[in-house]
Write a protein that binds this ligand. Structure first.
Ligand SMILES: NC(=O)c1ccc[n+]([C@@H]2O[C@H](COP(=O)([O-])OP(=O)(O)OC[C@H]3O[C@@H](n4cnc5c(N)ncnc54)[C@H](O)[C@@H]3O)[C@@H](O)[C@H]2O)c1
Ligand SMILES: [Fe+2]
Length: 426
């Protein structure tokens, strides 16, 4: 697709986004809010509920207090706990079977992005009598869905407020997204109590996913002052609180702040969408079985290096809003490029402080051309990126992220604009 056609499609998407208002769920927040949500589901007239979760959350008993609260509220409860990270078409199909068999009058997802997305895909397919892959794309759910509720247990995907459900198709080695306003939950609970046992490496990867949402939506050509306010609030909180939550998982204030931040970033991407970081990560995830947030975290600074050339002033605004960059002693150093580089350096330093490595060693050279082809096919005409990249640009980014190309450090302010270092050692 030429960049002209891609940008025309994005303009049309922008019009559609303005015309079709995305619903937002009723939000409960704070320690114990998941218990309140259980009561609210009963109050809204449900008689029986299917809880969609995963085996880890059952074994760690993260989901137990919510199940008890649902039962105490007089609801019949069935549990579907077969969801695995990056849920596949088969997992969703198994869930639909259980939804049909249970006759549940409400669905509650308790988990990270994987159980929430699986539940969204299940209700979409259940309502429309179609398979997940038939609903790939925009607004194909034509019948009302069963009332849907969610309790995120990671502070990452923001799926509890987004219109999308990401499903993996291992046969085709890809992920696809079902996008429909009907997939937004009726009500959600952001309950930090459920997040205290999230291990540091998962806290780090999921938090960096949320930061990627905040940054990609902020730099999007569909961003508005309202979405920028959401994404800046999210980014500031993540820069401040992610290291705290990784260091001490029981820090309830940090957990609460991150839960709200990932939700705000989710609201921002619902209006302003994502970008190249996600487009590339979506190809690497199914290929190398690495977590979504972990891949985004590593790719983010490399994609931003590329943007320094053409989107420095937007990046500089974001850096300023996040309180990054030179202290102000030397105003000359606060030029947009310097601030943009400060943003990228801050992300590299945040990654390092939460234990995320700078490269993805698993990427095989032979896979790169196909990764690039698929990433650009996903991004162009779909994501409102601030500047377009060629296949060669994208290949360089993937090679760098793979550690094949020695990268001059971002804080080498003397480097020429653009993605390419002066000297590339392979
Ligand atoms: N729909 C959207 O808008 C959207 C946006 C971004 C990502 N996603 C999707 O979300 C998925 C990733 O979600 P995720 O990053 O939240 O991870 P996840 O749901 O895959 O969970 C990751 C791991 O953490 C464990 N875990 C979750 N909560 C826990 C807790 N409180 N304590 C201990 N362990 C816990 C899970 O059992 C799992 O093993 C991907 O499939 C991605 O494509 C969707
Ligand atoms: Fe994401």
């Amino acid at each position: 697709m030429t960049h002209l056609i891609a940008s025309l499609r994005i303009r049309a998407l922008g019009v559609a986004v303005r015309l079709v208002p995305a619903p937002t769920p009723f939000m409960l927040t704070g320690p114990g809010s998941s218990i309140e949500l259980a009561r609210l589901i009963a109050d809204r007239g449900a008689r029986s509920v299917l809880v969609v979760t995963d085996q880890v959350l059952v074994e760690l008993e993260v989901v137990t207090p919510v199940l008890n609260a649902l039962k105490a509220a007089g609801l019949a409860v069935t549990v579907f706990s077969e969801v695995e990270p990056d849920p596949t078409i088969d997992i969703v199909m198994a869930g639909i079977e259980q939804l049909r068999a249970s006759g549940a009058t409400a669905v509650l997802a308790v988990g990270g992005g994987s159980p929430i997305d699986a539940a969204k895909a299940m209700i979409a397919c259940h309502a429309s009598g179609r398979r997940p892959q038939d609903l790939d794309g925009y607004f194909k759910v034509r019948a009302p869905v069963v009332p849907f509720f969610a309790v995120p247990t990671t502070a990452g995907s923001g799926s509890e407020v987004t219109v999308g459900a990401v499903v993996s198709d291992p046969g085709a080695g890809r992920k696809f997204t079902i996008v429909d306003n009907k997939l937004v939950p009726k009500a959600i609970a952001l309950d930090p109590n459920l997040m205290v046992g999230l291990p540091p490496h998962v806290t780090a990867a999921t938090g960096m996913d949320a930061l990627t949402h905040a940054i990609e939506s902020n730099l999007s050509t569909l961003a508005t002052p309202a979405t920028r306010a959401l994404s800046v609030a999210a980014a500031r909180a993540i820069f401040r609180d992610l290291p705290r939550a990784c260091e001490d998982g029981r820090d309830i204030a940090a957990r609460q702040s991150l839960a709200v931040a990932s939700c705000l970033a989710g609201l921002a991407i619902t209006r302003a969408s994502i970008g190249y970081v996600h487009a590339i990560a979506h190809q690497l995830g199914p290929l190398y079985h690495l977590p979504h947030g972990y891949l985004n975290a590593i790719l983010l600074p490399y994609v931003l290096d590329f943007y320094v050339d053409g989107a420095a002033s937007r990046m500089a605004e974001l850096a300023r809003a996040c309180g990054l960059g030179p202290s102000g002693e030397n105003p000359a150093s606060e030029d947009p490029r310097s601030l943009a580089l400060s943003l990228v350096a801050a992300i590299r330093s945040l990654n390092a402080s939460v234990g995320i490595p700078p490269t993805i060693e698993q990427i095989a050279d032979a896979d790169i051309p196909e990764i690039v082809r698929r990433a650009l096919a996903e991004a162009h005409g779909t994501y409102p990126v601030p500047m377009y990249m060629s296949a060669a640009d994208c290949a360089t980014i993937v090679q760098r992220a793979a550690g094949r190309v020695m990268v001059a450090a971002t804080d080498d302010r003397s480097r020429a604009p653009g993605a390419r270092p002066e000297k590339e050692d392979i």
